[in-house]
Design a protein around this ligand. Structure first.
Ligand SMILES: Nc1ncnc2c1ncn2[C@@H]1O[C@H](COP(=O)(O)OP(=O)(O)O)[C@@H](O)[C@H]1O
Ligand SMILES: [Mg+2]
Length: 244
């Protein structure tokens, strides 16, 4: 989660799923962003998932990641979902309770920006091992991520750590690292919050391209592997939260 939109929450959620799936884990992605769902697009999923005998089945990506998102249920990807909080919460609870996920090792939940209804429903209705905070180098993103952290504390959900996205770009000619948005604030933010810094991701046109073309499973995830390892280690060391 993050306080802000566009910092890369969905990209980080998808990369985490792809990395863990490549390691052979059984992975699901629950897209809790009801008004701005972007997970199906990243995985190139368009088909409405089938109805099973006891509930709706998740869609399956080409490498076998199970996905549920409101966008898979809309007649048209561009259709807007204009719902008030209770309906958004209801959809998320159904994605958790009524979708036949089967046996999973990991369920990654992608949240919308902010600390509103969807985040509240996820924290109240789904037993969580922890939240991963995503930020970008701009200070404003750091300020809003602190709000997300406060929400997690208030809801008694542990924070796995902080990922900084778009930290730098690598010059394709000379390999120099360029801090496009200025020096990173993430270490300072992580220390201030007392949460572990999980790693930094570069600004990479290839990542934007694979997200847009539904080919995130083809992305070379080596840059994400150390981050995924830290997330798995820290999240599995924590008990899941009770649900209300
Ligand atoms: N490290 C990155 N390098 C290049 N493009 C990125 C990177 N992270 C995210 N993007 C792109 O930026 C846009 C917003 O990312 P997204 O993950 O959807 O953000 P959020 O879920 O926080 O709103 C997407 O088009 C995505 O492909
Ligand atoms: Mg998103």
């Amino acid at each position: 989660m993050s306080g802000k939109g566009g910092v890369g929450k969905s990209s980080v959620a998808a990369l985490l799923a792809v990395t863990l799936r490549q390691q052979g884990q059984r992975v699901g992605v629950l897209d809790a962003d009801i008004t701005g769902p972007s997970i199906p697009r990243m995985f190139g999923l368009h088909e409405t998932p089938p109805m099973g005998p006891v509930g709706i089945l998740p869609a399956e990506t080409k490498t076998g990641i199970r996905v549920m998102s409101i966008n898979l249920l809309l007649p048209d990807e561009d259709e807007a979902v204009i719902w008030r909080g209770p309906l958004v919460g209801g959809a998320i609870r159904q994605f958790w309770g009524d979708v036949v996920w089967g046996d999973l090792d990991v369920l990654v939940v992608d949240l919308p920006p902010g600390t509103s209804d969807a985040s509240l429903t996820v924290m109240q209705s789904i037993p969580l091992n922890g939240v991963v905070l995503v930020t970008s180098p701009q200070d404003l993103a750091g300020m809003v991520v602190r709000k997300a952290a406060r929400m997690a504390w208030q809801m008694k959900v542990s924070i796995v750590g902080l990922v900084e996205n778009m930290s730098y770009a690598v010059c394709p000619k000379c390999g120099e690292r360029i801090e496009v948005f200025g020096p990173s604030q993430a270490m300072g933010t992580a220390m201030q919050l007392g949460v572990p810094m999980l790693g930094q991701l570069p600004l990479d046109p290839e990542l934007a391209h694979v997200c847009d073309t539904g080919a995130i499973e083809d992305y070379a995830v080596d840059v994400f592997e150390p981050i995924a390892a830290k997330i798995t280690e820290r999240a599995s060391a924590r008990p899941s939260t009770p649900i209300f």
